[in-house]
Design a binder for this molecule. Structure first.
Ligand code: SF4
Length: 435
């Protein structure tokens, strides 16, 4: 495989970028899915050629951190495991988000996985799509109950059913819970993605790397009119994607097939060590379908477990240090790399998150809290109900999500210690808080 890569600040499988704690390699997974054998290859590579830190990302991918001088050996091992792109230049454009329960979800209208494979093959095969930004991303939503509906995507497609007919609602630069821009028949899903990507590449100037940049200059209506010249697009009114339950990514949940469950388990603060990943992979081999699925909540699922074995699998996952109970505060906190591994970090977010989790546990509180080492918000592509933005070591500004405010929401207090944050959240718990 040619390794002629374009320059980018984003890590890829073939482009290891430096950080304070060593190199970072990002492994893109189709629909978050990885076979148990591949997961073991990742664990081995992280152990042999890096610090052993493996991260689950908010795009349902994996990262190996702390890579030393043996980058080629690490990359070769991952390629041998079948984790590479179809072509070197195709790695950056493998940005397609699916539900972690695609194909097994009790509520799904449509199994998105075959279409996802088709789209990924197309964008990797055709060189003109390689001009897309490494951040340009598409979401395919099959109507699953377990779905990340808060991450903005450049293009989203959401399956819907009306009068017995199924189709794709779609939107540009937003989330499936937004009002859709239009719809196409189910069989036109692939054509729609291709047409939107081609249209974007035709119209966007080089500095306009994301759909929102183009929409700042051209109206959605103009783009839809041009799209309608390429494929049949219909208006859609009176339909809106609704959200499912909050924590379907943690714990034991039934699948569409009777007697089968998936088990969602959380590596504390999104970080696994090789023993954890290897152990989860072995459990998937013994009790599941020999695969794992990573999620945009920075955790992983073991799909297709027999219900009768669920309690045993949960127990074994917990023995590995993985969290399977959404009532544990640490399972609900997310934190970026922070100052321990990132030069931009103003505080040790992961260490502070563990301290906060212990205090919340003492207060009997479970909240979705995001700790960010700087305003770049690497750990969350969405706005969390509570955000702590580092301002100096051990000190954070506290924000509460507020639909009327952009970014992290409404600034509530400045320069709080973790103890002060815990005390404030405890005091506030007597009033309703969206968590
Ligand atoms: S949010 Fe800031 S501090 Fe945290 S990992 Fe990203 S760049 Fe680094």
């Amino acid at each position: 495989m040619s390794i002629a890569l374009r320059p980018s600040a984003c890590p890829g499988l073939l482009r290891i970028v430096p950080a304070l704690d060593g190199g970072i390699c990002r492994i893109k997974l189709t629909g978050g899915s990885i076979s148990a054998v591949q997961a073991m290859a990742v664990a081995n590579a992280a152990e042999r050629f890096a610090s052993g830190a493996i991260e689950a990302t908010n795009r349902a991918n994996l990262q190996i951190r702390g890579i030393g001088g043996e980058q080629t050996a690490l990359i070769d091992g991952l390629l041998e495991a079948g984790l590479g792109p179809q072509s070197a230049a195709g790695d950056d454009v493998r940005n397609l988000m699916l539900s972690p329960s695609a194909g097994i979800d009790r509520q799904m209208l449509f199994d998105t996985r075959p279409l996802a494979e088709q789209i990924l093959a197309t964008v990797q095969r055709h060189e003109h799509f390689h001009d897309l930004s490494a951040k340009f991303a598409v979401q395919l939503d099959g109507g699953e109950a377990l779905a990340m509906l808060e991450h903005p995507h450049d293009l989203w497609l959401s399956a819907f059913e009306r009068d017995g007919a199924r189709g794709w609602a779609f939107g540009l630069a937003g989330c499936p819970t937004d009002a859709p821009a239009g719809s196409v028949a189910l069989q036109h899903g692939h054509d729609l993605v291709v047409a939107v990507l081609e249209l974007f590449l035709d119209l966007a100037r080089p500095e306009q790397t994301r759909m929102r940049h183009l929409l700042a200059e051209q109206s959605t209506e103009e783009l839809l009119a041009r799209l309608a010249e390429r494929l049949p697009v219909q208006a859609i009114t009176g339909w809106r994607r609704t959200s499912g339950a909050d924590v379907l990514h943690i714990g034991v949940h039934p699948q569409a097939e009777a007697g089968r469950v998936y088990i969602g388990t959380v590596p504390p603060l999104g970080r696994l060590d090789p023993t954890m990943l290897r152990g989860a992979a072995q459990l998937a081999q013994a009790f599941g379908d020999a695969s794992l699925r990573f999620t945009p909540w920075q955790n992983l699922l073991l799909p297709n477990v027999c219900q009768a074995h669920a309690a045993e699998v949960v127990q074994r996952l917990e023995q590995l240090g993985l969290l399977c109970n959404a009532g544990q505060p640490l399972s609900r906190l997310i934190a970026c790399t922070g100052s321990a591994g990132c030069g931009k970090g103003l505080a040790d977010t992961k260490g502070d998150a563990r301290q906060l989790a212990a205090l919340l546990q003492r207060h009997g509180q479970v909240l979705n809290v995001h700790l960010s080492g700087c305003s770049r918000s690497c750990a969350a592509a969405h706005t969390a109900p509570v955000t702590l933005l580092a301002v100096s070591p051990g000190h954070y500004d506290l924000y509460f999500r507020d639909a009327a405010q952009p970014g992290f929401g409404a600034l509530h207090a400045r320069k709080l210690t973790i103890e002060a944050v815990a005390a404030l959240l405890d005091a506030r718990s007597r009033s309703p808080l969206d968590a």
